[in-house]
Write a protein that binds this ligand. Sequence first.
Ligand code: PLP
Length: 405
Amino acid sequence: MFDVQSIRKDFPILTQKVNNHDLIYFDNAATTQKPQVVIDAIVDAYTKTNSNIHRGIHTLSQISTTLYEQARQMVQTFINAPHDYEIIFTKGVTESLNLVAQTFGEAFLHEGDEVIVSAMEHHSNLVPWQIVCERKGAILKFIPFNHDGVLDVEAYKNLFSEKTKFVSVVHVSNTLGTVNPIKELIDIAHSHNVPIMIDGAQSVQHFPIDVQALDCDFFAFSGHKIYAPTGTGVLWGKEKWLEKLPPYQGGGDMIKTVTLEKTIYNTLPFKFEAGTTNYVGAHALGVALKYLMNIGLENIQQYEKELMQYATEKLSAIPQVSIIGNAPHKAGAISFEVAGAHCSDIGMILDKQGIAIRTGTHCTEPIMQFYGVPGTARLSFAMYNTKEEIDYFAKVLSTIALMFE
Ligand code: PLP
């Protein structure tokens, strides 16, 4: 049974007042709040077990290492990865995406080669590919989307050529909320023998992920968007690809042996984890994932689906509001505009009522260019949000909308 009131009790920040109002936190696509178990895991680690991992024979170092490696196994279970050594801890999805763009680009991209991304990528799955394509003289191609915010799969099929070397696509758009048909996109890429990476920054927290069922080649997400600390992230990759990629950064831990002339690199996953990682954060990420598995991702998905439907109905009932992105399959986020108002004004006025939403381009400027808007207001949900919060938000927004008529 999914009990939102009991879940809310796990998140101490939600009991705060902001600007003398009960906090309503609708900015979860930017970052989620942290449950007490995650906060406790961090405090406990620094209070009792802190010691650098992998290098020490002393007790604390061994405990710290065990916690870190257990977290890796938790991630493995969470996304159903075949092997724990395919899980690379990073500082976030941005680093995961850059890691693949840089190393794949270095090893496999040549002048005239082609990479496909969608036109709805977050900047962090666009700019790294722009950088590497420019450096290598490769060409970046874009899967278009229609006015509803739905990717054009037929156009995607036509983007492939003999020169296509890689595809990287966002699973759920942080701006439009669109859930892309990634299984179909993955199968199409593979029918051309092209590897594909999925940016799961906005999907892992909303529904179950099974990388083996998806059969993607890489999957990336950030810890802080899934109830875990900032500065944590994951890159999962198929062993066959991770083995082929060169190291991303050099330093401690990613080496097996070093002489002044030559280094033999460490095995997976350490080859991609140079230097002291955020091992306390990774442990807390493992704790967050365990917490979510206890609640059940299917339960979260079902509950959040109701929230999305409810909020869409409420917003649609306000005449001055138009929703941007009306894909049939959405999760997590709803972007909207209020007639006559700049989105920042909407955000500022809502904030005075204790309601936190995000306004602006959401690191997706090409989407704003497509719709011809300077920015949008965005509601984004987590499992601790309620219909009562949406009711209050809709009431306040209706009043604000009248002010701009
Ligand atoms: N990709 C998507 C779809 C996102 O929504 C975000 C953040 O909003 C990112 C990538 C980048 O995430 P981070 O800043 O945690 O690296």
